[in-house]
Design a protein around this ligand. Structure first.
Ligand code: NAP
Length: 246
């Protein structure tokens, strides 16, 4: 399917992107801004967020905002405070792209260390859960709210050695389905994207020997990211969609 949205599809919308400093999140923030959204750039490395901010501003897109936050250490209270700040500054939130994530260590199951397990689950699952819970009342006030999670091919089909990462993405898809079902009679749509192999630092660390030139870039997979946030995608709910279908 071709995912197409109008050039001004996101005009007037306020969209939060996590992990907005690098890789797919960086491109999604820029693409949402290009289509008219005011984007809130959340991430842990301020320099990277500032560089995305500068790029959006230089292009003349709506002025973005930065939220520096390390999802490894953030508590429920951080997410509640963040939600208050967004409401005070922007008056609303129309969408969140849960994109931040970590790969952790790829290893045989019996060698997964408890600390490494906890770290990946903390960032990929628990922090995403806490943030979603805190943001929900605000997103439910939007006329056309969107929550988009990020899964993986190993989020619905387990694979040897993908350990905690795969487990965390199964949990992500479960969270998406539960929430989508609960909100199915509301204006909020909840979905997930499986980006497929995409040219980023995370992909390079999982597949150090491959030629990255053969991979799609974050820009290549943006049509689906835009579609699920735009009015064009308003009838999709509870789906995990491949950005690079085979
Ligand atoms: P990436 O280039 O490594 O970017 C990940 C982003 O998440 C970075 O901006 C990173 O911040 C941020 N992040 C990591 N830990 C964080 C924390 N504790 N607090 C706040 N932010 C944190 O990876 P990517 O490839 O773009 O991946 C984006 C999403 O797509 C992930 O959920 C990943 O699992 C998923 N995915 C990617 C692929 C692929 O082939 N690339 C395939 C399937 C799924 P820093 O820049 O500060 O490190």
């Amino acid at each position: 399917m071709e995912y197409q949205v109008a050039a001004d599809a996101l005009n007037g919308k306020v969209i939060l992107v996590t992990g907005a400093g690098d890789g797919i999140g960086r491109q999604a923030a820029i693409s949402y801004a290009q289509h008219g959204a005011t984007v809130i750039l959340l991430g842990r490395t301020v320099k990277k967020l500032e560089s995305v901010y500068d790029e959006i501003e230089a292009a003349g897109y709506p002025q973005p905002a930065i939220i520096p936050l390390d999802m490894m250490g953030a508590t429920r209270q951080h997410y509640l405070d963040m939600t208050d700040t967004i409401e005070q500054q922007f008056g609303k939130l129309d969408g969140v792209l849960h994109n931040a994530g970590m790969l952790g260590v790829l290893s045989p199951f019996d060698q997964i260390e408890e600390k490494a397990f906890d770290e990946v689950m903390q960032v990929n699952v628990k922090a995403t859960f806490l943030m979603t819970q805190a943001l929900m009342p605000l997103i439910q006030k939007s006329e056309d709210g969107r929550i988009v999670f990020t899964s993986s091919t190993v989020g619905h089909s387990g694979r040897a050695f993908w350990g905690t990462y795969a487990i965390s993405k199964f949990a992500t898809e479960g969270m998406m389905q539960v929430l989508a079902d609960e909100l199915s009679n509301t204006t909020v749509k909840v979905n997930a994207i499986n980006p497929g192999g995409t040219r980023t630092k995370m992909r390079a660390s999982a597949f150090p020997a491959e030629d990255a030139n053969n991979l799609k870039t974050p820009l290549d997979i943006m049509p689906l990211y835009l579609y699920l946030m735009a009015p064009e995608g308003k009838d999709v709910n509870g789906q995990c969609i491949d950005a690079q279908p085979k």
